[in-house]
Design a protein around this ligand. Structure first.
Ligand SMILES: *[C@@H]1O[C@H](CO)[C@@H](O)[C@H](O)[C@H]1NC(C)=O
Ligand SMILES: *[C@@H]1O[C@H](CO)[C@@H](O)[C@H](O)[C@H]1NC(C)=O
Length: 235
């Protein structure tokens, strides 16, 4: 009896834990360090961060109902115990982000699974540091591929550039650069009716039409699928 109960538990465990598979692929020509921040109360995946060499692919199992965001860190150096820093996307100077988010500007791939659909998007609300695309496999529904493959570091609007050693390594959002309610959609601008696209968010939208360019960009930037696996490609 107890043995069957155990088997049943084991079965439930396996059915629940491998709800979706995320495949991360580095198509960039340089090493990147993906960061993963789970939503509140959701489990860590891969301790929140690891190294991914050019051409390398890693698969990650996420449990049912998982939510969180992926980003890429660049220009990192870590010592053997995983302490160091990254030029962009740094999560407090550690390899394993363990719940910490990436310092903006960073391109984000965001997911909320089984709610009851899977919702996903690419977001430039926290700025841009590298191209990211999301594709789905095996799911049902709309399941569109979401691409932000333009190099916004090269087309970054004047005043938003983040430079390291003379070259643009990331492109800040207008909210981050100027900290004004009309760019951050806060205060009197804290609603979709009041917070409208700006010259800056429009430049982001032009470069990446499927990505969030500001906080209330939902209608053209949020996508759904059901019971799918997801592939996140850097560059
Ligand atoms: C997701 O990937 C896993 C592992 O490759 C596979 O077993 C599963 O059938 C896939 N699910 C879908 C919906 O394609
Ligand atoms: C900064 O740029 C100079 C000249 O391009 C180069 O020699 C140097 O190694 C760079 N420093 C860093 C930290 O990337």
């Amino acid at each position: 009896m107890e043995f069957f109960l155990f088997l049943l538990l084991l079965l439930c465990f396996f059915m629940d834990t491998d709800a979706a598979v995320f495949t991360l692929e580095n198509k960039c020509s340089d090493i990147i360090w993906p960061g993963i921040q789970p939503g509140a109360g959701k489990p860590q995946l891969m301790s929140g961060g690891f190294q991914l060499k050019p051409g390398e692919i890693v698969t990650i199992n996420a449990p049912a109902g998982w939510s969180g965001r992926f980003w890429g860190r660049r220009g990192c150096s870590f010592d053997v115990s995983g302490n160091g820093r990254c030029e962009t996307g740094d999560c407090g100077g550690v390899l394993k982000c363990s719940g910490a988010g990436g310092a903006p500007p960073a391109t984000l791939a965001e997911f909320t699974l089984d709610s009851p659909l899977d919702f996903y998007d690419v977001s430039l609300v926290d700025g841009y540091n590298m191209p990211i695309s999301i594709s789905t496999s095996g799911g049902s529904g709309n399941c569109q591929m979401v691409k932000c493959l333009s190099d916004l570091n090269r087309q970054c609007p004047r005043g938003l550039e983040m430079k390291k050693n003379g070259t643009v390594v990331a492109c800040r959002s207008a909210c981050l650069a100027f900290d004004k309610p009309e760019y951050c959609c806060t205060g009197a601008y804290g609603s979709p009716q009041m917070c409208k696209p700006t010259v800056y968010s429009k430049a982001f939208k032009l470069a990446c039409p499927m990505a969030y360019s500001y906080a209330y960009d939902d209608p053209t930037s949020t996508f759904t699928c059901q019971k799918a696996n997801y592939s996140i490609r850097y560059c």
